[in-house]
Design a protein around this ligand. Structure first.
Ligand SMILES: C[S@@+](CC[C@H](N)C(=O)[O-])C[C@H]1O[C@@H](n2cnc3c(N)ncnc32)[C@H](O)[C@@H]1O
Length: 350
């Protein structure tokens, strides 16, 4: 059905920029991957995120949140954008020893229902616009910005070209067209080191999102956690670009094949995100997830868990030993240097 919507729009207005294609495929109110259908970010869904793997992700970030609260004082608000099942916000709120105002922002109606059940003291909304401004506190976005619609560009001898989605009989295919002015300006500014043939996603929505969130912050921090790298680090992924789909925990089909039925995502360009946050007045640092979680005590937590595992083993308490072992396995996965530990964390403070 979504394919028909897309084909009709192409017939009406011509080949579709890739960001518009993503917008329809992921967010169409009737058939979009996130807006229609069930919960996507859980064990039965299409991908497993850090907070879904281990509650220690949230409880570790809670220490960071508490430090921000000490720094900026009250009133203090936590906003989790793209909050999914609440697996991040839940442990954060539990681990904080004071009550804070919290908001969960979700475009998915199924996720909003789950959040309202799970987090009765949190206000659940469908858009950041519904969160009062100006804001003091922490805004968190874990694996959100990689889904925001992006244009796709290719560097040719005579400059940047832009890929658009066109019809091809019953199917869709990508064609190369002249790049829109704003798209060209974005890649000129943020693509980093590129050579001819490079495929670069122009993440205009993500940078606009970062700029507006930081601008709306009176004092506090924006924490963006995602896969990706600084522009220099993405250099080796430019030959093919980084757009991909996920379904049932595996790499999925070509994004053009079944719009609405698979997650479409890409590596986030953290140099571009940092520039946007700085332009809006924040001081910015970019970290690896394993380093950031270590800084906020996750390795100490794991060491404590190991002590408790050993004590349970000595007591002969097998159930408890196995329970702690599985907690350790989950927590360690957050630090895996080629897995979740290799994610990036942008901290933008005001
Ligand atoms: C990859 S999941 C991550 C969920 C959660 N943060 C986690 O780490 O488990 C992305 C989530 O963001 C939501 N989402 C996508 N775009 C959004 C937007 N523009 N505003 C709010 N939520 C959005 C989706 O519905 C989905 O639940």
């Amino acid at each position: 059905v979504l394919l028909d919507v897309i084909r009709a729009e192409i017939e009406r207005v011509g080949p579709m920029p890739f960001d518009r294609f993503m917008e329809v495929a992921l967010y169409d109110p009737e058939g979009g991957y996130f807006t229609a259908g069930g919960l996507r970010s859980e064990k039965a869904g299409d991908f497993l995120t850090s907070p879904e793997l281990s509650p220690r992700f949230g409880s570790t970030l809670a220490r960071f949140v508490a430090a921000e609260r000490d720094r900026v004082g009250d009133p203090f608000t936590i906003v989790d954008v793209g909050a999914g099942t609440g697996s991040l916000l839940g442990p954060v709120l539990e681990a904080l020893d004071v009550a804070v105002t919290s908001f969960a922002v979700e475009v998915s109606p199924a996720a909003r229902r789950r959040l309202a059940d799970r987090l009765p003291s949190t206000t659940v909304v469908d858009s950041l616009d519904a969160v009062p401004r100006p804001r003091r506190g922490v805004v968190i976005a874990n694996e959100l910005l990689d889904n925001l619609p992006a244009a796709v560009t290719v560097l040719r001898r005579d400059g940047w070209r832009e890929r658009r989605v066109a019809t091809d009989g019953d199917r869709l295919r990508l064609i190369e067209t002249e790049a829109r002015e704003e798209v060209r300006a974005w890649v000129d500014a943020h693509a980093g080191p590129v050579t001819e043939g490079a495929i670069v996603e122009a993440q205009l929505e993500a940078t606009a999102w970062v700029r507006s969130v930081v601008a709306s912050l009176d004092a506090g921090a924006l924490l963006v956690v995602d896969y990706g790298d600084v522009a220099e680090g993405l250099r080796h992924r430019r030959a093919e670009g980084t757009i991909r789909t996920y379904r049932a925990h595996h790499l999925g089909p070509d994004p053009l094949l079944e719009p609405g039925r698979a997650d479409i995502t890409m590596d986030l360009n953290f140099t571009a995100m940092a520039a946007a946050a700085e332009a809006a007045g924040a001081s910015v640092t970019v970290h690896r997830q394993d380093d950031f979680l270590t800084e906020w005590g996750l390795r100490d937590t794991i060491a404590d868990l190991r002590d408790r595992e050993l004590a349970a083993a000595r007591r002969g308490d097998t159930m408890e030993r196995l329970r702690i072992r599985s907690e350790i396995t989950g927590a360690e996965a957050l630090l895996h240097p080629r897995g979740l530990g290799d994610f990036r964390v942008m901290l933008a403070e005001k």
